[in-house]
Design a protein around this ligand. Structure first.
Ligand SMILES: Nc1ncnc2c1ncn2[C@@H]1O[C@H](COP(=O)(O)OP(=O)(O)O)[C@@H](O)[C@H]1O
Ligand SMILES: [Mg+2]
Length: 373
């Protein structure tokens, strides 16, 4: 260690007026788990720490040579002209930070930056390399796995959603086929209505799925938010009753807003439906609207178990679901719908337990539509 130090300090003393600074760097580089090389102002290697030696070859062969000569892997890098980068670093003090950079067979985190003296002048360049091949591969593997799980979940969700209406349709059709002679006209009409309703469910599921891949600008027309919410609540009332729960709507918005009715309807529908699914039997969902100075606000409260703080950030992620047979599409789509109006949707804790979803629809904010109703 002492001879090594003497060797470096000699070199450094010869080249660098601010040898203290460089020596400190040398001592630091010794201790670092990173592979570190430092050069003088002409780009020749001064410091070559043990981690770099273990990776790229012995220090003795490198010290004193131009950096790129000592590191042929950099010279041969097709993704970056390291000669230029080094030049810019030495001339102008330019930094180069590469958080994930392919280098030969490996992936590295690389930093090239100037080493400056106390008066700010560039004394040389410091290169730090960290081999992140392992974690990069691991990350890629996890990403692929998450994706295939997401696709599987989506597939399961779609299958689940489509099988029910198909079963209902085929039962009704069988019944009709066997008894069409003796069924009264009204009963046939009722069966047909039930089948149309099932087909509409499938239609809406497909629309849902299409929306995942679409987006685009909203189709705006002046609407009263209260009318939209009232329609959603009415539509879900039957579902609520069947499970023994209650949905209450307290309308409080009177103004008209330029909105895409179908999208806001679906967003509110998804949020209220989640609330109903969360409360279980005998639960209570309360929906409220109000006109704030700059936005119309829709609040959906439920007295279910609420959402764990760690999950609150994630519920708007595509495919995030905690339900068996859940698709994890409801809230991401709701968010997209609201944001396409320049609005916001957030999830909060309801005072007294349960979840609270708040949707803000601004008076003006959409890029495409009329500014004000
Ligand atoms: N009101 C709520 N109470 C508790 N958890 C909720 C509520 N709304 C949403 N969540 C959670 O957010 C997740 C994502 O919801 P969503 O995107 O609609 O997908 P899905 O309903 O198919 O699971 C749900 O699985 C659930 O864990
Ligand atoms: Mg949902």
């Amino acid at each position: 260690m002492t001879t090594r130090f003497r060797f470096y300090s000699e070199v450094l003393l010869r080249v660098l007026p601010e040898e203290d600074y460089a020596l400190r760097l040398e001592a630091l580089a010794e201790a670092l788990p990173l592979a570190v090389a430092a050069t003088d102002a002409s780009g020749r290697v001064l410091v070559w720490n043990p981690a770099l030696a273990a990776w790229m070859g012995p220090r003795e062969a490198a010290v004193g040579r131009p950096l790129l000569e000592a590191l042929p892997a950099l010279a041969a890098d097709p993704n970056l002209d390291w000669g230029l980068a080094l030049h810019a670093c030495l001339r102008e003090g330019a930094r180069c930070d590469l958080p994930r950079h392919p280098l030969g067979e490996r992936v590295v985190r690389a930093t090239l930056g100037p080493m400056r003296g106390p008066s700010g002048q560039v004394l040389g360049a410091v290169l730090a390399l960290q081999d992140i091949t392992r974690s990069a591969r691991e990350e890629e593997r996890r990403r692929l796995q998450a994706r295939s799980e997401a696709v599987a979940a989506l597939g399961a969700g779609i299958a689940h959603e489509i099988r029910n209406p198909i079963n209902a349709l085929s039962l009704n059709l069988q019944l009709l086929r066997e008894r069409i002679e003796d069924l009264p006209r009204e009963a046939i009409a009722a069966k047909a209505d039930a089948m149309i309703a099932e087909l509409q469910r499938m239609e809406s599921l497909v629309a849902h799925l299409l929306e995942v891949s679409r987006g685009g600008p909203p189709d705006l027309a002046p609407e009263r938010v209260d009318d939209i919410v009232a329609a959603v609540v009415e539509r879900l009332d039957g579902t609520a009753r069947r499970q023994g729960a209650q949905v209450v709507f307290r309308p409080g918005s009177v103004r008209q807003l330029p909105v895409d009715r179908a999208r806001i309807d679906r967003a509110v529908h998804n949020v209220v439906r989640n609330a109903l699914e969360a409360v279980g039997p005998a639960g209570r969902v309360e929906v409220e609207t109000r006109d704030d100075p700059h936005s119309t606000v829709i609040v959906v409260d439920d007295n279910g178990p609420g959402i764990a703080p760690a999950d609150r950030k994630r519920v708007f992620e595509l495919f995030f679901t905690r339900k068996r047979g859940g698709t994890g599409l409801g809230l991401p789509l709701a968010r997209r719908a609201v944001e396409s109006h320049g609005g916001e949707i957030e999830v909060l804790e309801r005072p007294g337990g349960g979840a609270r979803f708040v949707i803000h629809l601004p008076l003006a904010g959409t890029d495409t539509g009329p500014a004000r109703a």
